[in-house]
Structures are given as structure tokens and as C-alpha cells.
Design a protein around this ligand. Structure first.
Ligand SMILES: Nc1ncnc2c1ncn2[C@@H]1O[C@H](COP(=O)(O)OP(=O)(O)OP(=O)(O)O)[C@@H](O)[C@H]1O
Length: 868
């Protein structure tokens, strides 16, 4: 089960009435009752600032043991108690949780003291609850445990709860015993849950949205389920909302404000600047140069250290290498078992492991005050991610060191992450047609139509990754209002029998138990049950059968496992019914997704720019988040720039020419011609569902062009796809210097253009001189006329302007193909990567340089000879 699992299947099709009543039915769920329970925004009885602060400070002291508030905590809490919506942007570890926990406790006390108008009307039905929407189950559990230890009634509705536990939580809500309820955003897709929250006695006093930046499509970790939080808040008529995040740029904060109607004056921001953190960056030439630097860093800097890397394998390898050299190091990444992760985390907290080499998975909820060093072995994806990670150092206020190795080799991986999420327009159109142009797959009890989608299969079929697919579906839901997600269902339930199966399950007289016993198919170990078919055959509601299965599971009589999750969507409006109508939606969606890709590329670039800028890095960082260094300080005095007075300079990396042979290899190993992006992904080494399904990621061509620019690859493959079938296809050149540009070259005939070929070919260098040439038009006819194996032909088409007659010039054994790179005036050619000399094949690299000033074209050809 993932951390994000919401366990919604347990509440499948549960009606709110039932949810809130275990045993006796609740008295009234009639909407007329609503006005009594949800007199929206009716709670104000204005107190003075001091009165609000006195109340919250007394709770701070009594329940949390702290003397005073930090940062803007008091102001944020005051705004909430007044009945306003608020946004708190505090750095990691600043104490955001108290901003909703204290109001969550205070409401009851304010009601009891008659300090709210609601008291007289609602005392009989309780003081309502605070709902906290938070993405990580582990974090929610920690918070709930901590609150319960302090005697504050809190609970968490998550997928690990048994049916009985859920019933008990519902009972405590109904009886007004619960103050704070945590849930994952995915739970908001559960109709039963949403409905039940509309009828909580005393109402929903506050919704706290943790990690609120996830709501912004321009945030660094946009999560489509977060888009539904605002709708949820309005549907359940929550009295007020507090959004919390550690990382919100002004643009993201604006999105959050708009989504929840938060006044500018209710945005409480604390500068992320931490004076004790020394932020350094070091430019590194290649990845191999990092390890020696790391060893030196660890020698020079003592204390608990986190080393952030990109990939899971890298984390394992680096931890192993450090351990071999006597460092006490462990690795942490999402692929490890929960036990392994807990063990590493506990050892790091206890100080028995000094170094943790981790992926981004490590850190959420780690509250270790004395982390002395954060080392970024690879550059982070975004400024926000970087800022969050360095924010884990030095919470005790003591000097701590944060160093980042900036290396061009790492950029490919970052780009790879970003580029994989944008499907081609055609893929998107096919996907949407698949969703819209088919008959609904089910009916709801109320007669409404439902479509069921297997997201995994859809993604594979149309080559769309899981994360963009969920964004696409959320957009259709929220922006176009065509569908609405309802509780997903599992297509397959399987169970393994325990000791009580024969004695209890088989003797259970309930119709659901009988249906389960009589309708399962027994395999060697697992019994499989098709709950939809059983529900049809036995006329028992599907939800009852599932509930019974879960009940047996909770009692240990059977062990249930589920698979094949189907997302279900209620159809709200007439869906597009022709490819043209679908096309209109495709266009809008695709344009948005393209923007998002550009934005994601920019975000990574922004971090590079900040790190290599000619200014104090700490100040740049705080400015990025819309604040300044405290007390008008112009700089921090201890970042790399402040210490050296020089910017970090990234070693240049020449733009590689498009390797046309590699392009041809890809085209010959894959016959897809309807999707240039797909081909470019193969070349660049980006996995996608279709690439994996065709096992192309296992071929030699996968990633063969990862040193190229993705955009050039895309252009090249677009041309290849457009002129499919023509021999010239492979060598149509992509460059910014099109023939039209070249025509702009000086028309005055230069005295001569000479072509010199210098190489260590036994036949020696050759040179050619051309006369009466006004311009050179690049036109490479592919290696089609190769006279011998392992030789290729370069054909320049030289146009004599006066007669307009083309003249060909063939250079045997010289490479052909090429690309104009207009800014450097370098023309590279590389067609065959081997050459045969004396019966031996050697790898060959050919490049041609055009010096336009002197009208000179030089072709260089080199190969590596085997010395023996
Ligand atoms: N006013 C305060 N005085 C002293 N300690 C506080 C105060 N407010 C919060 N803390 C403590 O600071 C620690 C961090 O608080 P919390 O977990 O709420 O931070 P956060 O901002 O939510 O961090 P993150 O972004 O990592 O989730 C907790 O141990 C909390 O009890």
C-alpha cells in the first residue's frame, strides 16, 4: 500500500447516514437540517486581538508546553479564530501544525465560554471538527499519536484502518468527541466520506490544507487531487480554511489565495532565510569528480550528514562505497521496505548512523535538530526542493553546511524527468477518444451513468505516464466539469483462508457471507471472487459483500488482497461525441501541458541560475520566495559568492551535432512514425509506457542520443515522420539555419572556397578547391550510394548561381550527413561510426568547420586506432 493510499474501497458506496451511525440511526440527514448545522460564517463574535491571543497562548502552554509563539503563528491563529481564511508560508520545521491544532482545540472552548454566536444554537450537537488534509499517511499518524499523547482527541482516516476502527472514528465524530480528523486528499474522491462530512454535528469548523502548494499547477509538486480540496471545502460548507506550505513562490501563493478566497492581508509569510546555514555550491566537471570531493567534505565537516542523490541505485552504491571506506553510512529511498526505512531513520535519529545517502524520499517529517551537513551530490529539481532539503539542517541554530555539486552531467537526468510527462498530441487525442467515445460502463443506483477506467491499461495503450494521466483526468473533471470521480473499485478480490474460515466464515448465516462462500473460485492458495458478478447473481449490494470481506479480514479469518483498481467517474454532462469535439478539448489540454513542461524546464534552470549568479545566493533564495534577508541585510556573508566574491562557473559544454546515423538506427529499429516525441524519447532515453511495452528500453538505441538536445531530436524526428518513405528522410537536416537562411549569406562570390580534409588516412589529406561559388547549400543525400561497406559518401550540392546547375562532389571514405549550427558556424557530419583500414574497423568521428569569414570549409576525420 502506498503512503498515498486512501483506502476508499472500505467506504465504497457507504451512505452518509450509515457512516455516521453505528448502531442507532442518526436522527436527521435532511437538507433542511443543514441550515442549523451549517450556518456558514456565523461564528463571529468579535473579540480583541489580545483576547484571541490569550486564548491561543493558554492552549499553547497547557497542551503543548511552549511559552510563546514563533514567527507568525499567533497572527495566523488569530485570523482563523476570527473566522477568516488564511495562508501560512513558514519554512520547514517552523511550526505550521500548531496553526490549525490550536484553533481545532480552541473552538470548543470559545463555544463553551459563549464567545461565539453558535454556542446557543449548537451546544447540543457539539463543536464540530477540524479536518486536516495531508498527503502522507506516516506524517498524519505521527501527528495523531502526538496529539493523543497530549490528550487531544484526534484521529486519522486512512487505508490502514480496519472497518471497525473506521466505525469507531465515525462514532466519535457523531458523538462530538473528536476534535481533529486527518485524511489524505484522495479520500475526497469518496462520495460517502464527502456526504458524511456535510452532516457532522457542529459542522466543519476548519479545513487545514497541508502542503498547500500542491494545489498550484505552477508549484513544484502539483497533485491533481489537491484541486478537489477547494470544491470539498465549499461542498461541506467548512467555516474557514487555513493553507500551509513551506515553499510558495508569489505565483503559487496567488493560486492558493484564489482557490480558497484568502485575503492578501491574511497571508503570513516567514522568510526561509536561516542565518546559521552556509549555502555553498561547487562546479564539478564530470560526475566522477564528485566522490573525492565528498570524501574531503566528510573529513572536513563532522556531524550528522544527509547526502541527497537522484536515483535509488545511486543511493545504494554511494552508501556502500562510503561504508567500505569506514564511514557509518546507510541509504534511504522509496524502494526499500518499510522495516529497512524505519531502521535507517531510527539509527540516524539516534546518532548511530552518521551519514544517510538518500533520494528525495527522505526527510518529510524528520525532526532532527542537529543535522550538521546537507550535501547535494546532484542538483535538485527545483529551488523549492533544494530549499526544503537544506531547511533540514541546523534546526538547533548551530552553524551547518550545505554544499551542492553542480555538474552538467546531471542535467540529462533532470530533463529526462521533465520530458517524460508530456504526451504527444495524437496520444492525447486517442486517449480522450477512448474515454469519451465509448458507452458508459455502468449505472449508478440513481440511474446516473458511470465510466470505469483502468488507468494503468489506458496509460500503456496511449503512452501516457501515470502522473500526467491523473492530471488529465482531474482537468476534465474540474475545468470542463464533464465527469466527477467517485470511489474507485477493485475489479478483483482474492483471499487466503485462515484457521477460522471453516468454523466461522462457513457458518456465518448472513446472505453476504453465504455469497462469499458459495461464489469464490479456489486456486492453490488464493480464493478469487468477482464481486460484481456475485452481487448480480445473489442480488446482494456489492458494498455489503466487500464490507463482509473486510470484516472477515479484520477478524483474521481470511486475508484479503485486492488488485485491478478501476477509477470510476460519474458522467455529469453530455460528453463530446465526435473526434472533432474531442479534438477541441485535446488542443486546450495539450497546450496547457506544453506550458507546464516549459515551466518545469524553467524551474530547474532557475536553480542553476541562482547558484551561478553574481549575487549573494542566500538573498537570491529568499527573494525567490518573495521575501528579503532580515533587517535589510544586503547579503549573508557566508555563501560561496559572499566568501569568494566570484560566481560559481559551470564548465561549458559544446552543443553536440545531431548524430544522423544514430537517428537512422532508431528509425530502423522502430517503425513508429506517428509520434516524433515517442522517437525522441527513445533517443534521449526517457521511458514511457509504450516504450516499456515494446521493450525498446532494452535495445541499444535507447538513450543513445542522451547527449543531444531534446528539442533538436524532436525536430529531427518530426521531419523524419513527415517525410516518411523518402530516402532523404534520414538525412533531412534540422537546424536553425534553413536553406532560406543560407540564401541570406553574402551573394558576392568569394574568390574561392576550399575544402581541406585532414586525416590520418593512409592515403593522406586531400584538398579541393571550388571556384565561382556563390553559396553553399547544404543538401546531403544519405549514405544510399555507399560504394563499399563501411564507407559513406558526402555530397555537397554546390550551386552555381549563374546557371543554377547543381554540381555534386563526392568524397569517398569521408563521412556525410550534417547539421548547420549557425552561431558557431560549425558544420558537423557524422554518418558511419566505423571505418575499415587494413581490414580492421575503427570508430570514426568526423566534423566539418566552416569559417564564413574566410569561406573555408575544413573536414576533420579522426578515429581511434588500436595501438597493437
Ligand atoms: N511556538 C513554538 N515554540 C516551540 N516549539 C514549537 C513552537 N511551534 C512549534 N514548535 C515545535 O517545532 C517542531 C516543528 O513543528 P511542525 O512539525 O509543526 O513544523 P512544520 O512547519 O509543520 O514543519 P514541516 O514543514 O517539516 O512539516 C515541533 O516539534 C513543534 O512542536
Amino acid at each position: 500500500m502506498s503512503d498515498y493510499g486512501s483506502g476508499d474501497d472500505l467506504l465504497d458506496d457507504v451512505d452518509p447516514d450509515e457512516l455516521l451511525s453505528t448502531g442507532s440511526k442518526r436522527v436527521n440527514v435532511n437538507p433542511a437540517h443543514d441550515s442549523v448545522q451549517h450556518p456558514s460564517k456565523r461564528v463571529k463574535k468579535t473579540l480583541t486581538y489580545e483576547q484571541y491571543d490569550d486564548i491561543s497562548r493558554s492552549i499553547l502552554k497547557r497542551d503543548f508546553g511552549y511559552d510563546d509563539f514563533r514567527y507568525e503563528q499567533a497572527a495566523a491563529i488569530r485570523a482563523i479564530l476570527r473566522g477568516d481564511n488564511a495562508l501560512a508560508v513558514f519554512p520547514t520545521g517552523a511550526g505550521k501544525s500548531l496553526c490549525y491544532q490550536i484553533p481545532g482545540i480552541a473552538f470548543e472552548e470559545l463555544d463553551a465560554a459563549g464567545l461565539t454566536e453558535r454556542q446557543s444554537k449548537t451546544s447540543a450537537i457539539g463543536s464540530g471538527i477540524t479536518i486536516v488534509v495531508s498527503p502522507l499517511i506516516a506524517l498524519m499518524k505521527d501527528q495523531v499519536d502526538a496529539l493523543q499523547r497530549r490528550g487531544i482527541p484526534a484521529a486519522c482516516l486512512d487505508s490502514t484502518k480496519t472497518y471497525d476502527e473506521q466505525k469507531s472514528i465515525n462514532a466519535s465524530i457523531r458523538e462530538g468527541r473528536l476534535r481533529i480528523l486527518y485524511c489524505a486528499p484522495e479520500r475526497l474522491n469518496n462520495e460517502g466520506f464527502v456526504e458524511s462530512m456535510k452532516f457532522v454535528p457542529g459542522g466543519i469548523r476548519l479545513v487545514a490544507v497541508d502542503e498547500a502548494h500542491c494545489i498550484s499547477e505552477w508549484g513544484h509538486s502539483f497533485r491533481p487531487d489537491y484541486l478537489k480540496v477547494a470544491r470539498f471545502v465549499s461542498e461541506i460548507k467548512a467555516e474557514r480554511v487555513i493553507c500551509l506550505t513551506a515553499t510558495a513562490t508569489p505565483r503559487v501563493a496567488e493560486d492558493v489565495r484564489r482557490a480558497f478566497d484568502i485575503r492578501e492581508s491574511n497571508v503570513f509569510r516567514t522568510s526561509p532565510y536561516r542565518p546559521n546555514l552556509q549555502l555553498h555550491a561547487e562546479a564539478v566537471k564530470t560526475s566522477d569528480d564528485k566522490f573525492p570531493r565528498l570524501l574531503k567534505f566528510l573529513k572536513d565537516h563532522s556531524g550528522p550528514t544527509l547526502v541527497y542523490v537522484t536515483a535509488q541505485k545511486q543511493a545504494e552504491g554511494l552508501a556502500r562505497d562510503l561504508s567500505k571506506l569506514g564511514h557509518v553510512a546507510a541509504c534511504f529511498h522509496a524502494g526499500l521496505s518499510t522495516e529497512q526505512k524505519t531502521k535507517t531513520q531510527d539509527a540516524f535519529m539516534a546518532g548511530s548512523v552518521r551519514i544517510v545517502v538518500a533520494t528525495i524520499a527522505f526527510g518529510m517529517g524528520i525532526d532532527k535538530a542537529d543535522i550538521r551537513n546537507i550535501l547535494h551530490y546532484d542538483i535538485s529539481n527545483t529551488v523549492e526542493e533544494y530549499s526544503q532539503q537544506v531547511g533540514r539542517a541546523g534546526r538547533d541554530g548551530k552553524p551547518s553546511f550545505c554544499t551542492l555539486y553542480i555538474c552538467r552531467d546531471d542535467f540529462w537526468m533532470r530533463e529526462n524527468f521533465v520530458r517524460g510527462d508530456l504526451p504527444s498530441r495524437q496520444s492525447l487525442q486517442n486517449l480522450l477518444e477512448d474515454i469519451f467515445l465509448h458507452e458508459p460502463t455502468a449505472k449508478l443506483p440513481d440511474g446516473g451513468d458511470v465510466i470505469k477506467l483502468n488507468q494503468l491499461a489506458l496509460g500503456k495503450k496511449h503512452d501516457v505516464r501515470a502522473s500526467p494521466l491523473s492530471i488529465i483526468l482531474a482537468t476534465i473533471e474540474l475545468r470542463f466539469g464533464l465527469i466527477r470521480a467517485i470511489t474507485p473499485e477493485y475489479s478483483t478480490y482474492q483471499f487466503e483462508t485462515g484457521p477460522g474460515y471453516d468454523t466461522q466464515v462457513k457458518h456465518d448465516k448472513s446472505p453476504e457471507a453465504k455469497a462469499i462462500v458459495s461464489h469464490n473460485k479456489k486456486g492453490r492458495k488464493w480464493h478469487t471472487i468477482d464481486v460484481n458478478a456475485v452481487a448480480n447473481d445473489t442480488m446482494q449490494p456489492r458494498a455489503d459483500i466487500i464490507r463482509k470481506l473486510n470484516e472477515f479480514n479484520d477478524k483474521g479469518l481470511i486475508r484479503v488482497k485486492t488488485s485491478g483498481v478501476l477509477s470510476r467517474y460519474k458522467i455529469l454532462k453530455t460528453l463530446p461525441s465526435t473526434p472533432k469535439q474531442v479534438g477541441a478539448i485535446t488542443d486546450k489540454l495539450h497546450a496547457e501541458m506544453e506550458d507546464r513542461e516549459t515551466d518545469a524546464m524553467k524551474r530547474f534552470q532557475t536553480l542553476c541560475d541562482l547558484l551561478t549568479d553574481t549575487q549573494c545566493f542566500a538573498r537570491e533564495l529568499t527573494r525567490y520566495f518573495g521575501t528579503e534577508l532580515p533587517n535589510g541585510k544586503p547579503n549573508c556573508g557566508h555563501c560561496t559568492y559572499c566568501l569568494t566574491g566570484k560566481p560559481v562557473v559551470l564548465p561549458p559544454k559544446p552543443k553536440p551535432p545531431v548524430d544522423l546515423i544514430a537517428i537512422r538506427d532508431i528509425l530502423s529499429c522502430c517503425d513508429v512514425r506517428d509520434d516524433p516525441r515517442f522517437l525522441a524519447r527513445i533517443a534521449f532515453g526517457i521511458k514511457s509506457p509504450r516504450i516499456t511495452a515494446l521493450k525498446l528500453d532494452k535495445t541499444e538505441v535507447f538513450g543513445a542520443m542522451q547527449n543531444h538536445e531534446f528539442e533538436s531530436l524532436l525536430k529531427e524526428f518530426t521531419k523524419a515522420c513527415e517525410s516518411e518513405g523518402s530516402a532523404i528522410t534520414l538525412f533531412h537536416l534540422t537546424t536553425s539555419a534553413t536553406p532560406a537562411n543560407i540564401n541570406l549569406l553574402p551573394r558576392t562570390p568569394p574568390p574561392s572556397v576550399s575544402l581541406q580534409q585532414s586525416c590520418s588516412d593512409p592515403s593522406g589529406p586531400r584538398s579541393f578547391a571550388f571556384r565561382e561559388i556563390t553559396y553553399l547549400r547544404y543538401e546531403v543525400s544519405a549514405a544510399v550510394a555507399s560504394p563499399q561497406p563501411n564507407t559513406t559518401q558526402l555530397v555537397f550540392e554546390l550551386v552555381n548561381e549563374s546557371t543554377d546547375i547543381s554540381t555534386g562532389c563526392a568524397c569517398q571514405n569521408v563521412m556525410s550527413g550534417g547539421d548547420w549550427v549557425d552561431d558557431s558556424h560549425t558544420w558537423y557530419a557524422c554518418v558511419d561510426r566505423t571505418i575499415t583500414v587494413g581490414g580492421t574497423k575503427y570508430p570514426v568521428k568526423t566534423s566539418a568547420l566552416i569559417d564564413w569569414d574566410r569561406w573555408r570549409l575544413t573536414v576533420n576525420q579522426t578515429w581511434v586506432c588500436d595501438e597493437r
